[in-house]
Structure formats: structure tokens, C-alpha cells
Design a protein. Structure first.
Length: 570
């Protein structure tokens, strides 16, 4: 393959022999963009799948404190959320490769089935270990959902027009994110916490039925099962999964429950990072005949810059989501529930902002201006966070959040199309999987790095600012400040000690935001390395919609499609 940047990312892949998912029809590229009823049924299906992911992000977070108490999880509570991210990140490249080998339909069914089964296991948990196991299974499904939706949209819609249809799915995702806290609170108040997870079972079941009915796309069925199994990069996947688990395990404890110097942090972290380096080397060898993450994805300046910017943007997103609540609770004095409400401006602005950004991308076909503007606005927004202290007004932190959220939203869903534009359509699944993996990998670092900065700075400031030795001892040890950032504890101290503690929290957070400025500013500089590439207007894929033959088959399919689509509309 030639240099994608010089080729304008618009070179046609040679027509690939691919058989129809149902009748062995031969596919030819490029294909017309087919907006049939089945196309819209697939978009509806992807929207329902996205609801699973959206609800999971907010419902569990709201209900977690209650669940921790009910199952007496103790310090293991951290794994209820972290194992979800860990397993999700680890399997994303594998799912991308399986989607190419076995086709999109059955891989998507497997992904949703994993999420649904994991939800059922978590809902039926009788102890902490069973809950964490269910969350691990659920995480694999969640990681798969994050990539398979993008892959399928890439199969069905030309790159230039994808933003219009991603916007439809994002709107559904916004509804799920917005309703999540209310749903979680209602479940805890009116029924058993188990329905926090059980609620996914009927939604997952409905999604699987729709996937089976509508997600009929072409893929190569000429290979035998044995030939397909030989295509899987077993060694590469094993190295990648093992290394990822080691790194994320270390980062789960680093800077929060254990110091970075602890052997329990350093050993798995070093092993994991060395494993990732070895993985990148292994993928370049002849042993990896079909690499799970092809090295060619990183050969151009633009793709490397976009992958790096994706990592930084993901880290920054979780940086804010985890440390703004610290400000709300320990400095402002909010309860955990109220802190969650105060985060809504970020969610309610970021996702609609992402919708507008992808629509602009489809309209003008220019991604670099969106990236430059997005990271510039994010830099300003994060910079305003340094102004927050114990005297800041509600209007201030709402406006500051909104500015940062607008910037983050502008790049949230425009980075992937930019990197896809550099690669041939045959690499779309691998490109999407690699991008999603880097995004997930960045999210964990976006918690570990600021946690280390925060706890270290808190320890330094507390020596001079907290006059009461007993109060200072409560937050000593380097890692206690983050864990004890609650209004209930801080407000239990009398004046003036309480204000001193609040001042230390505000001061430690100020350094956290100052370092964040460097991260988002670095992402802005990386965008300068991007080269604008024309977005393809033709669909050149071997995984497009399968066209049915036969009058009876067409009539039966039409009846079924009309029935389900009409039900969805109603």
C-alpha cells in the first residue's frame, strides 16, 4: 500500500471476492450507499446497543455506594468499576480481528450476549467475587460494543457521510446518559439493586433479536472454519491482553490505594509496559501473518498524531470526570448524589457538541479545523478549572465545565474518521479496534496520573496549612486524601480546621488542573502534525449490506422489516 497521505486516503481497494451473508452473491467495490428500510433497522439496532453502554456508564455509578454496602465489598469496591474497563480494553483488538474473519453479524451477537450474560451474573451476585466476575464478563461485551458500532457504521456509510448517522446514535446515547442517574436512583429507591444489572437483560435480548433479523452483511464465506481459525493472531492477542491487564492492574492501585513505589505497582507496571513494547516488535515479524494491530496503521505521521491525541483526549476526559467530584464534595461540600448532578453540565454539553461536530464534519469534510478548535477550547476550559476554590460560585463551575465540554465534544467523535481516512476500507475494522484500544488505555492513565499528582501535592500543602495535628494525621499517608474526599468527613471538623482542609484540597486540585493544561495543550500541538485528507464519498467495502435474491425471500424480509420498523417508530 502506498503512502495514504499522498494518496489522499481515497484510493480504491481492488474489488475483493466476498460472498453474500445469505446466498453467496459476489460483491464488487465501490458500492452504492443503500438507505433501505433494512439500513434504518440496523441503525435502530445500533442505537439500542448504544443504550446498553450509556446506561451502564451512569446507572452503576449512581448505585455503586449502596451495592458496596449490601455485599460488604470493602476495599474491593474499586474492582466493580475497574474490571469493567480492564477487560473491555484488553479484548477490543481481538474483536476487531474476529469481525474481519467471521463477519460482523455473529461477532456482534457474541458481544451483546457477553454483555447480557455478564449483567445477569452481576445481578444475581451473592458475594463480591461473583459481582466482580459478572462485571468482568460485562466489560468484555462493553468493550466490544464500543468498537462494533463504529465498525458497522463504517461498513454501511461512506466516510464523508458517516457523521450524519453517528449523530443519530449519539442522540440515543445522550438519552441513556441523561436518564441513567435517575434510573439508578429509582431502582435503588423502589426495588432491588439487582435490577441495576437485570435491566440490561431484556434490552440485550431485544438487541440480539434485531441483530439476527437485520444485520445481514457480506463477508467471505469461502474459507473453512479451520482456515479462519488459523487467521487469528493467537500469540499477538495473548501478549497484548496479558500486557494490558498487567498495566491496568498496576494503575488501579497506583497513586490511590498504594504509592507508585510499591512493588505491587511497579512490578506489574514494568512487566506490562515491556510486554507492550515486545508486542509492537512481534507484530512486525513474519510469525504474525495477520497481525491483530497491523504496524502499517502507525506508519504515517497523521495516523500516529491522531492516535497520540486520542490517548491524551481520553486521559483528559477521565481526569475531569474523576476529579471534579473531588472538588464538589471536599471543597464545595456536596453529597455524592449532588456532586453527580453538578457534573451534568459536562455531559449535557459534551454529547450534543459531539453531534454538532460530526454533522459539520459530514457537511464540510474537514476534520483538522475541528480538532484545532476543540483542543484549543478544551485548553481554555481546563485552564479555568485552576480558578476554582472554596469561594467559587455555582455559576462559575457550570460555565467552566461547559467550556471544557464543548471542546471535548468537538473531538470526541471526529478523531476516528480522521484516522480512518488515512487507511483503505479493508483496514477499517483493525483501525477502529486500535483506536478504541488506545482510547480505553488512555482512560485508565487519566485516573492514575492525576491521582498521584493530587495525593503528593496534598501531602505537601497539609504540612503548612492544616494546623491541627490530629486532623492532619487523618489525611496523611499520601493516598488518603483522594479516598477521604467526602463532605461528610471534611464537615465533621470544626472551624477553622474545616476551612484549612478545604483550602488544601483546592490547592492540590489546582496543580492537577495545571498539569492537565499541559496534556490538552500537547494534544493541540499534535493536531498541527495532521495532514488534511479528503474523506471518501464512495463506499468501498466487502462488508456492505447483503442483497437478498428470490421473490419469496424478498417478500418475507419486507414484511418482517416493515413490522419491526413500524413498531420502532410507534
Amino acid at each position: 500500500m502506498g503512502n495514504p497521505e499522498e494518496a489522499g486516503g481515497n484510493q480504491s481497494a481492488e474489488a475483493t471476492d466476498a460472498t453474500d451473508g445469505d446466498n453467496g452473491e459476489s460483491a464488487q467495490a465501490p458500492k452504492k450507499f443503500n438507505r433501505s428500510k433494512r439500513f434504518w433497522a440496523i441503525i435502530a439496532t445500533l442505537s439500542i446497543i448504544s443504550i446498553l453502554s450509556a446506561l451502564e456508564n451512569t446507572v452503576v455509578t449512581t448505585a455503586l455506594p449502596y451495592i458496596v454496602t449490601q455485599l460488604d465489598l470493602g476495599p474491593r469496591y474499586i474492582w466493580v468499576t475497574n474490571v469493567f474497563f480492564l477487560t473491555g480494553a484488553a479484548v477490543q483488538p481481538l474483536f476487531g480481528q474476529l469481525a474481519n474473519i467471521f463477519g460482523r453479524r455473529w461477532v456482534t451477537m457474541t458481544i451483546v450476549a457477553l454483555f447480557t450474560v455478564g449483567s445477569a451474573v452481576a445481578g444475581g451476585a451473592t458475594n463480591g467475587a461473583m459481582l466482580i466476575a459478572g462485571r468482568a464478563i460485562q466489560g468484555m461485551g462493553g468493550g466490544g460494543i464500543n468498537i462494533i458500532v463504529d465498525i458497522i457504521v463504517s461498513d454501511l456509510v461512506p466516510l464523508r457521510e458517516r457523521g450524519n448517522y453517528v449523530a443519530v446514535i449519539l442522540l440515543t446515547y445522550t438519552v441513556g446518559m441523561t436518564l441513567g442517574p435517575w434510573v439508578g436512583g429509582s431502582i435503588i429507591t423502589n426495588t432491588s439493586w439487582r435490577w441495576v444489572f437485570y435491566i440490561n437483560v431484556p434490552v440485550g435480548g431485544a438487541a440480539m433479536v434485531m441483530i439476527f433479523l437485520f444485520l445481514q452483511v457480506r463477508y467471505n464465506k469461502e474459507m473453512s472454519l479451520a482456515q479462519k481459525l488459523r487467521r487469528i493472531d493467537y500469540i499477538g492477542n495473548t501478549i497484548l491482553v496479558g500486557s494490558t491487564v498487567a498495566v491496568l492492574y498496576a494503575l488501579t492501585y497506583a497513586g490511590t490505594q498504594l504509592p507508585w513505589s510499591s512493588p505491587k505497582v511497579l512490578v506489574p507496571l514494568v512487566i506490562g509496559l515491556l510486554g507492550l513494547v515486545f508486542f509492537m516488535f512481534f507484530e512486525t515479524t513474519s510469525i504474525a501473518k495477520e497481525p491483530v494491530i497491523p504496524p502499517r496503521l502507525f506508519k504515517s505521521r497523521t495516523t500516529s498524531a491522531i492516535f497520540a491525541a486520542t490517548f491524551l483526549n481520553s486521559a483528559l476526559l477521565y481526569w475531569c470526570l474523576f476529579f471534579l467530584p473531588v472538588y464538589f464534595q471536599a471543597v464545595v461540600g456536596n453529597s455524592p448524589e449532588q456532586a453527580g448532578v453538578n457534573l451534568l453540565p459536562a455531559i449535557l454539553v459534551a454529547i450534543p457538541g459531539a453531534v454538532v461536530a460530526v454533522l459539520l464534519l459530514s457537511r464540510f469534510g474537514r476534520y483538522k479545523p475541528l480538532h484545532l478548535a476543540g483542543f484549543a477550547i478544551s485548553t481554555i476550559g481546563v485552564g479555568t478549572f485552576t480558578l476554582l476554590d472554596e469561594h467559587s460560585s455555582k455559576a462559575q463551575y457550570i460555565i467552566y465545565q461547559s467550556v471544557a465540554a464543548i471542546g471535548s465534544g468537538m473531538v470526541l467523535n471526529t478523531l476516528l474518521p480522521a484516522v480512518q481516512a488515512q487507511m483503505d476500507e479493508s483496514d477499517q475494522a483493525a483501525t477502529t479496534a486500535a483506536w478504541s484500544f488506545i482510547r480505553s488505555f488512555g482512560s485508565i492513565w487519566g485516573v492514575a496520573i492525576p491521582a498521584a499528582i493530587f495525593n503528593n501535592r496534598f501531602s505537601q500543602l497539609s504540612i503548612d496549612r492544616i494546623s491541627d495535628p490530629a486532623a492532619r494525621a487523618v489525611f496523611s499517608g499520601g493516598n488518603s486524601a483522594y479516598e477521604r474526599a467526602s463532605a461528610e468527613l471534611v464537615w465533621s471538623f470544626p472551624e477553622p480546621t474545616r476551612d484549612e482542609i478545604r483550602s488544601v484540597y483546592a490547592g492540590a486540585l489546582k496543580l492537577v488542573w495545571q498539569v492537565a493544561i499541559a496534556f490538552v495543550g500537547g494534544a493541540f500541538l499534535l493536531v498541527l502534525l495532521e495532514k488534511e485528507t479528503k474523506l471518501r464519498t464512495e463506499l468501498e467495502t466487502e462488508y456492505g449490506l447483503a442483497e437478498k435474491k428470490g421473490k419469496n425471500d424478498e417478500e418475507q424480509a419486507k414484511v418482517g422489516e416493515d413490522l419491526v420498523v413500524s413498531n420502532l417508530v410507534s
